[in-house]
Design a protein around this ligand. Structure first.
Ligand code: BG6
Ligand code: MG
Length: 218
C-alpha cells in the first residue's frame, strides 16, 4: 500500500495562537499610532513575520528605515513570546490529540509544516512534539506560503510523494501552498474563506475517523 503523509500547520490548526499573534501586532500598531483590527488580522494568517510587518506598516501608512523595521520585528516577537510563555496543553484545539493519536496508532507519517519560527518550542509546551516524525518551520524555508516549499520539504522528510500528502490548514495562503505542491488540502475553519481547499471542516471535532481512513486508503 502507498504511504500517506499527514502534514499539519500549527497556528490556528493545532493551537489557538492566532489570538496572541494578533495581540502582539495590535500592541505594535498602537505604539505606532494606529488601530489594527481583527478583520485585518485575517490577512496575517499563514504569512511570515516579515511579510506581516510589511502589511502592518502599509495599513498604518508608516514608512520605516531598515533599522526600525528590524527593531519592530524583534519587538513584536518578544511581545508574542510573553503571551505564549505559559502556554500548556489546555490551548490545544479540540480533538487534535484524538486525530494525532489515531494516526500514530496506524503508523502514519506525521509532519509539521508551519511558517512560524516559534513552532518547536510551542509543540514542546503543549507536549505534542513526540507525535511528529518531521518538523518544518519558518527556520527551514526561504519562500513563504503560498509557495509550496514548506510542505514539499515536509513530504521529502517523511519520504512520501507530494500527491500522497494531506495538508491541514486554516489559512488561504496555506491551502494555496498545499494545492501548488500537488497535495490534498483540508481547510480547517470557515469554508467560504477556505473555498480553494479539497475538503473543508469547521474544526477537528467535525472530522471523523472514517474520513481519515478514507484519506489513508486513497
Ligand atoms: C504563521 C502564522 O503560522 O506563522 C502567522 O499564521 C505568523 O500569523 C507566522 O506571522 C510566523 O510566525 P512567527 O512565530 O515566526 O512570528
Ligand atoms: Mg495557520
Amino acid at each position: 500500500m502507498t504511504k500517506t503523509g499527514f502534514i499539519f500547520d500549527l497556528d490556528g490548526v493545532i493551537v489557538d495562537t492566532a489570538k496572541y499573534h494578533y495581540l502582539a501586532w495590535k500592541n505594535l500598531a498602537e505604539e505606532l499610532g494606529f488601530e489594527f483590527t481583527k478583520e485585518q488580522n485575517e490577512l496575517f494568517k499563514g504569512v511570515s513575520r516579515k511579510r506581516c510587518l510589511e502589511i502592518l506598516l502599509d495599513i498604518g501608512k508608516v514608512s520605516a528605515t531598515q533599522t526600525q523595521f528590524d527593531t519592530w520585528m524583534v519587538e513584536k516577537n518578544v511581545d508574542y513570546l510573553k503571551y505564549i510563555e505559559n502556554m500548556d496543553a489546555s490551548e490545544i484545539l479540540p480533538d487534535v490529540p484524538k486525530v494525532l493519536e489515531f494516526l500514530k496508532k496506524k503508523a502514519q507519517p506525521i509532519a509539521l509544516g508551519s511558517a512560524s519560527k516559534n513552532a518547536r518550542p510551542i509543540l514542546e509546551k503543549v507536549a505534542l512534539l513526540p507525535y511528529f516524525d518531521a518538523i518544518v518551520d519558518g527556520n527551514n524555508v526561504t519562500k513563504a506560503k503560498p509557495d509550496p516549499e514548506v510542505f514539499l520539504i515536509a513530504a521529502e522528510k517523511l519520504g512520501v510523494s507530494p500527491e500522497n500528502c494531506i495538508v491541514f490548514e486554516d489559512a488561504v495562503a496555506g491551502i494555496q501552498a498545499a494545492n501548488a505542491g500537488g497535495m490534498i488540502s483540508v481547510g480547517i475553519g470557515d469554508a467560504s474563506v477556505l473555498s480553494e481547499a479539497t475538503y473543508n471542516f469547521n474544526d477537528f471535532t467535525s472530522l471523523d475517523i472514517p474520513f481519515l481512513e478514507k484519506l489513508m486508503n486513497n
